[in-house]
Design a protein around this ligand. Structure first.
Ligand code: AMP
Ligand code: GLY
Length: 438
């Protein structure tokens, strides 16, 4: 076995608690430092200590200094913002091995204009589009196209930069909002007007060392706040994997035709991509289409994927960071996993904080609580964010996994908690892989 490592995990949401939980199972871990972490990632007294460090996830110099101080061997970067800021480059320059793409490769998520041009250049299937920097030409384009559109701010906008308008007036209002009112700041300097597609959505994530690609089971998330996919968009209210509408053959096919060519083309363009490449796919009647790439693990997909991962995540991250992924088999358990997000009252609008959470120490079977927006207050754990917790469950099939996850939901309490009671339901109903699902 290779020697044990000091790891740094950057981020503090539900995705990062799931990563910390999985990393902590590795015999190769000496210590795990999480910056900034949350109340779930802190276990300083454990045999292998998990230590939260009060450094923000976007503080590149602070994190680089922390990596030196703690003699970090390998860093994993959770969120997109530090990747877009060049944290992976800064850490590599400081001699740290990194699981996460360099700034140049993170452009695949940080600039939708770059991503769309990249897809076009390399023949990757995606919707028709045009890019604008000025309002009036953009409005002119709206009048010229004969198909419904989606309006996208090109830069990072915390998942809020995509508007799916109901009519031409709403589309113009969206352009006004992004280009004139500058609701998303500089993220809206470039705007994409894209053909609106219909179909079910699948998240296909893959580990890559820049050359070799190992796809994960396909996942589906639930972006709307309320049951039946109603209400406002959120960061994600739950997820499940594997998505039954994408069987192993489809995954193999999309890996060969989308993920592998994307990784090969990024390398060929001098932007080798190391980490997790996430393809957001829409399954249209004409075949799969790329809606977006993300340069990192999904949140909350990760909370439903990692319970299925059999292979040591430290081994995978280390292999990717050193270009050795081809030497490693990445294995997944049979069965399914799901997670249900518990959010604070008011989320995704202004929400309450500081509510005491009870029931977190309830013994669970085949389930775990992943903290997201939580903090310690004395000997209590309180809410500290919009998405507070994800209850993740797993089992031999999706109904079993959902039953475990909802059992955990029932065991935990905080005032005003809201969650969706229908996570995974569309996967249990009859599938309409080529039509929008209700
Ligand atoms: P993105 O951040 O690009 O994945 O967009 C967020 C969400 O907007 C997606 O999950 C889709 O539900 C929707 N969306 C994005 N692009 C399109 C499109 N071309 N057609 C229809 N819906 C889209
Ligand atoms: N679950 C969507 C994302 O992580 O971007």
């Amino acid at each position: 076995m290779r020697p044990p490592l000091n790891l740094l995990l950057v981020g503090g949401g539900g995705r990062e608690h799931a990563l910390a939980w999985k990393l902590a199972q590795s015999p190769r871990l000496r210590a795990l430092f999480i910056a900034p972490g949350n109340a779930g990632t802190e276990q300083p007294a454990a045999a292998v200590p998990l230590i939260n460090c009060p450094v923000a996830a976007d503080d590149v110099p602070g994190l680089t200094a922390l990596a030196r101080e703690r003699a970090i061997d390998l860093a994993l970067i959770g969120p997109e913002v530090p990747l877009a800021l060049g944290l992976a480059d800064a850490l590599r320059a400081a001699g740290v091995a990194v699981f996460g793409p360099a700034q140049a490769a993170a452009q695949i998520e940080a600039s939708k204009a770059f991503a769309k041009a990249f897809m076009l250049r390399h023949g990757l299937p995606t919707a028709r589009y045009a890019v604008f920097t000025d309002f009036y030409p953009a409005v002119g384009h709206l009048l010229a196209v004969d198909y419904p559109v989606v309006i996208k701010a090109s830069g990072l906008a915390a998942g809020k930069g995509v508007i799916v308008p109901d009519c031409a007036d709403d589309a113009e209002a969206a352009l006004r909002q992004i280009m004139l009112d500058r609701d998303f700041g500089a993220a809206g300097d470039e705007v994409i007007i894209e053909e609106r597609l219909t179909g079910a959505e699948v998240s296909l994530l893959a580990f890559t060392d820049g050359t070799t690609v190992r796809a994960m089971p396909p996942a589906q998330d639930h972006k709307r706040l309320l049951a039946g996919d109603q209400g406002p968009n959120t960061g994600g209210m739950g997820a499940y994997a594997p998505a039954p509408l994408a069987g192993p053959e489809a995954v193999a096919d999309w890996t060969r035709t989308i993920l592998q060519p994307a990784v090969d083309s990024l390398r060929a363009e001098g932007r080798p991509f190391v980490g997790v490449l996430y393809a957001g796919l829409m399954l249209t009647a004409a075949g799969p289409r790329l809606l977006e790439f993300n340069c990192r693990f999904g949140d909350p997909e990760t909370q439903a994927l990692l319970p299925l991962l059999e292979t040591d995540l430290v081994e995978i991250a280390d292999a990717c960071a050193h270009g050795r992924l081809a030497e490693l088999d990445v294995c997944w358990r049979p069965g399914a996993a799901a997670c249900v997000v518990l959010a604070a009252a008011g989320y995704p609008g202004p929400y309450t904080k500081g509510r005491v959470i009870t029931g977190l120490d309830t013994p669970l079977q085949d389930a775990v609580f992943f903290h997201a927006g939580t903090a310690r207050a004395g000997d209590q754990i309180v809410t500290a964010g919009g998405r507070v917790l994800a209850a993740a469950g797993w089992g031999p099939d999706l109904p079993a996994a959902l039953a475990r996850a909802y059992q955990a939901v029932g065991a935990v309490h905080f005032e005003g908690a809201q969650y969706r009671a229908d996570i995974g339901r569309r996967a249990l109903a009859n599938h309409h892989p080529h039509g929008e699902q209700p």
